[in-house]
Unconditional design. Structure first.
Length: 85
């Protein structure tokens, strides 16, 4: 049975650490909300036995959002080295 992905483990941060950052970073809050939404979509698609292309696209979108979250945590308010974030 598919389960949601543990973003905090991937970030190497606790929920409390991230919650503290969210208090002053609305962009990070938005990115995490988007991540949680797409993560639920991945789980729903996997539970519904969606076709591989659909699940793959959703997982790619989830990974892209995770990259944006890492970028925002490491370099808040900047584009960093990535031009398309």
């Amino acid at each position: 049975m598919p389960v949601t992905h543990n973003l905090y483990a991937d970030l190497g941060k606790s929920k409390e650490e991230v919650a503290k950052l969210l208090q002053t970073d609305s962009r990070l809050q938005s990115l995490i909300n988007q991540y949680e939404d797409i993560d639920r979509q991945v789980v729903d698609a996997e539970n519904a036995s969606a076709d591989d292309d659909t699940v793959s696209r959703l997982k790619e979108k989830r990974l892209s959002l995770k990259d944006k979250i890492v970028q925002q945590i490491d370099y808040p308010g900047t584009q960093g080295a990535a031009k398309n974030f």
